[in-house]
Design a protein around this ligand. Structure first.
Ligand code: ADP
Ligand code: MG
Length: 353
């Protein structure tokens, strides 16, 4: 692994087999027919995360995000490959690495609801060998830091969902971990709570040099928060690169032409290199073309032909611009068996610098 990386997954694979109960067979009247199904939750996944880096793991439901988090925190054992934290093999040094890792798993009820946030922090701190005045001081600091100080003596069951989530993050941080794994930290939270959590994540990474892994299916969270993003689908890593570079991926492929009037779209059908053409906007519509990714010469040819058609149609070309894609459209293209998704695999930077 790279010298500085705090987290590394190296070629991990994980399959789960599940039994599905089939509907009652009308002929035999047999109940409980089981069908075994194997799901691939991780297929040769590798990436690493540097100190001070926020790494985003993005993917549709069931892609394998939570499984990756569980493998880093030693909760799921990979079938093949290894996970490392601070250079230690998670499987072999489980106890040692647990000190360095704080994890908030999606939708789990981490905190004890009859206790107060402060009592929860003391309880979990003691479980992690944090004691005495250090523990109390840290519990107060964490509650202050996340904005829960005024709730420290209120039973957790009386807290809102966002406040419970903030407490779960404090619990994950009580042993002062170097690595924080946040599984869908902002799902279901209101804008304010989501913002507060994002601000705190930034602070602990940038100012305190920790590594944070965030899984999310919220593109805005990923785009705003993460330095680097990996996209997984069906257990496969299909992209892994700095957020800016991921946003650039298809930018050379989408061109918008502002014209003085509409020209028929069928004039452009059949031109090699054009994947899609459509009008966007209503006031002054733009004709937007999506062109092929890989073959630059084909793209160039297509652009010449498009311009020639405008010329033949004698329409006024007001402006031409390239469209930067947002993460959502990039994500949708990459997870929809788009052949251009292969473009990305060449530029993946799975290792932290
Ligand atoms: N303990 C398990 N037993 C059986 N199947 C599982 C188990 N954990 C996860 N899976 C399956 O593995 C796939 C990936 O799950 P998960 O990592 O939770 O996805 P994500 O977090 O991206 O939604 C899913 O198809 C899920 O049903
Ligand atoms: Mg999940």
């Amino acid at each position: 692994m790279t010298d500085t990386a705090l987290v590394e997954l190296r070629g991990v694979c994980k399959e789960f087999s599940t039994s599905h109960v089939l509907p009652v067979d009308e002929e035999t009247r047999k109940r409980r027919l089981f069908k075994k199904k194997v799901v691939c939750a991780a297929d040769n996944i590798s990436f690493s995360i540097a100190p001070g880096e926020i790494f985003g793991l993005l993917g549709p439901n069931g892609a394998g995000k939570t499984t990756a988090v569980k493998m880093i925190s030693g909760l799921v054992r990979p079938d093949a490959g290894q996970a490392f934290v601070k250079g230690l093999n998670v499987e072999k040094k489980r106890r040692q690495i647990l000190r360095h890792v704080g994890v908030v798993l999606e939708g789990t009820r981490t905190s004890l609801w009859p206790l107060t946030p402060f009592e929860n922090l003391v309880y979990y701190g003691m479980l992690k060998d944090v004691r005495g005045s250090v523990l109390k001081e840290r519990a107060h600091d964490l509650l202050d830091f996340i904005g829960l100080q005024d709730k420290k003596n209120v039973q957790v069951r009386r807290l809102s969902r966002g406040q419970k989530q903030k407490l779960a993050i404090c619990i994950a941080m009580i042993a002062d971990p170097l690595v924080l794994l946040l599984d869908e930290p902002t799902t279901g939270l209101d804008v304010q709570s989501s913002r507060a959590i994002k601000d705190k994540v930034r602070e602990i990474t940038r100012e305190q040099g920790r590594s944070v892994l965030v899984t999310t299916h919220d593109m805005h969270v990923a785009q705003e928060l993460c330095d680097r993003i990996a996209i997984i689908n069906h257990g496969k890593l299909i992209a892994c690169r700095p957020t800016d570079s991921l946003l650039e991926v298809f930018s050379e492929q989408v061109f918008a032409f502002r014209l003085d009037r509409r020209v028929p779209l069928d004039l452009f059908s059949g031109i090699p290199g054009i994947i899609k053409s459509e009008y966007e906007g209503s006031e002054e519509p733009e004709l937007v073309f999506q062109l092929v990714g890989e073959q630059q010469d084909l793209r160039s040819e297509a652009l010449y032909k498009i311009i020639r058609i405008f010329e033949e149609q004698k329409c006024l070309l007001r402006s031409v611009s390239q469209r930067k894609q947002n993460l959502e459209s990039i994500f949708l293209r990459l997870t929809s068996d788009d052949p251009d998704a292969d473009v990305l695999k060449k530029g993946n930077t799975c290792l932290s610098s």
